[in-house]
Design a protein around this ligand. Structure first.
Ligand SMILES: Nc1nc2c(ncn2[C@@H]2O[C@H](COP(=O)(O)OP(=O)(O)OP(=O)(O)O)[C@@H](O)[C@H]2O)c(=O)[nH]1
Ligand SMILES: [Mg+2]
Length: 431
């Protein structure tokens, strides 16, 4: 995977002057106090997400040129495999790794399937990408990420989640949701857009900035008003319904209710207006990014740390449980005695080694017994014991007789107390 040497802003923009004119507090690197708990400087990652044509790529180029003008060039990732012309050069470009047209051909896919598969393939290498980003983390203040135009490919695919989570667990990350302002002036479209933004916020759970783009064409005041004042939105809704059909239907009341529901959502995010074309609103944008970064540090990172600690504790508990199971299986758990410890043979001698090896089944007292045939085997055993007793009694009787009636003879020099003589059978019994 290739990493471009450095990002630049090849397309010098006409509006750099207007962007520079906005130089204010945001022009000082936001990472002055941005750092991890160890005090290490960390850049903030801005993931640009938005509907097709909302101006993500143009905004990336604007941010890039703005940051270059402040001598703080960003690190740029392009995750859109289908972009044909990029107005900036990315440090890491998905197109250098995967050719989505080739993917379409090879897998017989349409354009969206091709983009999705290309992103999936790229995701398999994302640990390397993250490695590159982390290597440069101390040199840059911002990492900018451009995403595919088909918003759902990034926001609802597994690879999109993997990429977002991987970045967010490594560096402070914020989502910039780009809205095409001129195309959002209809209350119904506005509501659809906000609902989509809401779904992304709750999916990623990352600090969120709504960026109303193209304010050079349409100022975003109406949107802010609708977000802050439910009645203003309701009035606009009624107006538009009257203009379209002369009456307000159930859709209106549904959207009115939705607006109330979204109030909570509006309270949790920040909205700014920018023009990627002219550079207007850059200061507000970077201020919002700084605020969102703080939110990441105070809300998201502790949650991340808590989840990491929970996962580590779970892994440790699993390891311990596995070890205990292993020890038990090896007959080495506490209270056991290693080889032959708890294994006791029925009627067997001291320490009896378990002949069947370490298995809980072999530790059972009745391991020689068939579960169904317990009684039958007990009888056999009793017979054996009885036979043994009879033999012992017989032997004892013979010995007694031998001692009473017979002079101990010398048979071939073999003493009577020889091994066979013990039971009195090696020499003839008295008649
Ligand atoms: N007037 C105006 N036009 C803009 C602005 N930002 C983007 N555009 C135009 O909007 C169109 C789409 O811009 P892109 O940057 O390609 O949008 P995108 O979201 O990256 O598009 P996809 O990646 O294809 O989804 C282009 O024609 C841009 O010139 C803006 O701030 N003002
Ligand atoms: Mg684009």
């Amino acid at each position: 995977m290739a990493e471009a040497s450095s990002a630049s802003s090849p397309t010098a923009d006409k509006a750099t002057a207007s962007a520079a004119a906005e130089a204010g507090p945001s022009t000082t690197p936001v990472t002055q106090d941005a750092g991890s708990a160890e005090g290490k400087k960390q850049p903030v990652v801005v993931i640009c997400i938005g509907m097709a044509g909302s101006g993500k790529t143009t905004l990336m180029q604007r941010l890039n040129s703005h940051l270059h003008s402040k001598n703080t060039p960003p690190y740029i990732l392009n995750l859109d495999p289908a972009v044909s012309h990029m107005p900036y050069s990315a440090n890491i470009d998905i197109r250098d790794t995967v050719d989505y047209k080739e993917v379409m051909k090879q897998y017989n896919l349409g354009p969206n399937g091709g983009i999705l598969t290309a992103l999936n393939l790229f995701t398999t290498k994302f640990d390397q990408v993250l490695g590159y980003v982390e290597k440069r983390a101390e040199d840059v203040d911002y990492v900018l990420v451009d995403t595919p135009g088909q918003i759902e490919i990034f926001t609802w695919s597994a690879s999109g989640s993997i990429i977002t989570d991987a970045i967010a667990s490594s560096l402070p990350t914020v989502v910039a949701y780009i809205v095409d302002t001129p195309r959002t002036t209809a209350p119904a479209t506005f509501m659809s857009n906000m609902l989509y933004a809401c779904s992304i916020l709750y999916k990623t759970r990352l600090p969120f900035i709504i960026v109303f783009n193209k304010t050079d064409v349409q100022p975003h005041d109406f949107a802010l008003e609708w977000m802050q004042d439910f009645e203003a939105y309701q009035a606009a809704l009624n107006d538009s319904a009257r203009n379209e059909s002369g009456e307000s239907g159930y859709m209106n009341s549904l959207m009115g209710s939705m607006c109330l529901v979204l109030e909570e959502f509006y309270n949790n995010l920040r909205a700014v207006g920018v023009s990627a074309m002219t550079g207007e609103g850059m200061r507000a944008f970077f201020d919002a990014v700084e605020e969102a970064r703080r939110e990441y540090e105070t809300d998201y990172r502790p949650e991340l740390d808590r989840l990491a600690a929970e996962k580590a504790a779970q892994t440790e508990a699993d390891k311990k449980a596995q070890l205990e199971r292993l020890m038990r299986d090896m007959n080495m758990s506490e209270g056991g005695s290693g080889a032959g410890g708890p294994s006791r043979r029925r009627g067997g001698g001291a320490g009896g080694d378990n002949p069947f090896g370490p298995h809980p089944r072999n530790e059972r007292e009745d391991r020689y017994l068939d579960d169904e045939g317990d009684d039958e085997i007990d009888e056999e055993e009793q017979d054996a014991i009885r036979r043994q007793q009879e033999e012992e009694e017989e032997a004892a009787g013979a010995e007694e007789l031998g001692r009473l009636d017979v002079e101990e003879p010398e048979i071939g020099g073999m003493p009577r107390s020889g091994p066979q003589g013990e039971r009195g059978q090696a020499w003839p019994r008295p008649m």
